[in-house]
Write a protein that binds this ligand. Sequence first.
Ligand SMILES: Nc1ncnc2c1ncn2[C@@H]1O[C@H](COP(=O)(O)OP(=O)(O)OP(=O)(O)O)[C@@H](O)[C@H]1O
Ligand SMILES: [Mg+2]
Length: 478
Amino acid sequence: MSETASRPHASALPPTILIADDEPSMRDLLSLLLETEGYSVLTAADGREALRTFREHRRRIQLIIQDLKMPHMDGVALLGHFKEESPEIPVVVITAFSTWDSAVEAMRLGAYDYIRKPFDTDLIRQTVHRIFERRTLLETSPESLRREIAAHEDMIGNHPKIQEVMRMVRLIAPTDSTVLIQGESGTGKELAARAIHFRSLRKTQPFVSVNCSAFTESLLESELFGHVRGAFTGAVDDKQGFFRAASGGTLFLDEIADMSLTTQVKILRVLEERKVCPVGSTGLHPVDVRIIAATNKDMEKEVRERRFREDLYYRLNVIPLRLPPLRERKDDIPLLTGFFLAKHSRQMDKSITALSDEARAALSQYNWPGNVRELENIIQRHVALSEGSTIDSIQMLSPIAGARGSVGDASQPLIPSDGIRLEEELAAYEKRYLREALKMTDGNLTNAAKLLGMSYRSIRYRVKKLKVKEREMELDLA
Ligand SMILES: Nc1ncnc2c1ncn2[C@@H]1O[C@H](COP(=O)(O)OP(=O)(O)OP(=O)(O)O)[C@@H](O)[C@H]1O
Ligand SMILES: [Mg+2]
């Protein structure tokens, strides 16, 4: 290395890294590697020494790399001290397979990243480089960044629960940390993911969104990792895959709980090694993506019931973000309603500016199972159907009616003089919507449930009850 220019902070004092490892050969290897890169290095041979050195030089230490198994003080306990005393200093832990459970624990305690032994020296170099690059960028361009972001369409809400989410979004956006967003359908998970991306240092790079429940297992893998020509029937060309397409940017893995256990193992490997291997190939391609995952399932339950790997869960859940359901922040309904009213009036070139008292009351009394998405759909539909400047009354119908603009005559019921059988009418009505939703989603219950603003469990129950079978549906369609 003769080029000083490529070294970090060539002119200022070099950043200092503390290395704590009980193996002399490992300390030597890491020191040599990092000093060659232009960093200044401090070393410690056990936990106690590490803590002492840390306390003595805390002001100049900017990164800690520590082993998890050391004499005198267990690595997890050591990490706990670091995080308690200086939570802003990133810690990378080095783990062997035998200390795998501790690695999971370390991530939970706030380690920035972990590296598995034996490792590739390139991986160390890249990891350290990434950490310092992020710091430098953060220190040099916060103002311009904020201005650009302000122009971006955003999340709104005044309730403390959503305010807390927005605060977290601002806080975590500029880091490269992996985020796991949990929340019911329609609560704004994708919106939050975009907000994070567009406030991050990666904002000029791609934001790639993948719905993991929309593909079969093998298709999802080739979509994510890419494939080479001839890897399987139908693979007529090379395909680079979403991981590489998102290179430099953010990969949003939506409906993460719907991924098979096999795919989970493969994703975990990519996240650990930061390399992808396209289906049918042996070559590895480096990938640089920030991962944001989302789900409307209870992940802890998924892990407990062994449908989701614990190690991948911790890998993804570095920063958890929970979006509250709309019914828990009903105070925001008027604000959101106003926002959607303005948005859709503008789009449809109308000037609807108000709601009657009756309409307002209807909106605030409703329970909003489909959350903000359902509210938006309803407002959109009423804007489409209203003339004049006020929405007089609100009809809560299935959200797809709004989305498709096919309300029909449902808002104006006609009862013939000999009466009707309401139960049967309603069942027929429901069945029509279930069929339509299943048709639109190729029989995918999860997606159909979303379209109808109901839970997966509820759609499954209704489909069974009304005997809407996919087969029957196909026959009907044929
Ligand atoms: N806080 C908010 N402010 C403004 N609009 C919002 C807010 N939250 C959600 N929305 C809007 O509601 C709709 C649904 O949001 P989004 O798609 O992000 O939800 P989701 O949680 O990903 O839903 P699903 O689980 O169904 O995929 C979008 O049109 C989004 O713009
Ligand atoms: Mg979504």
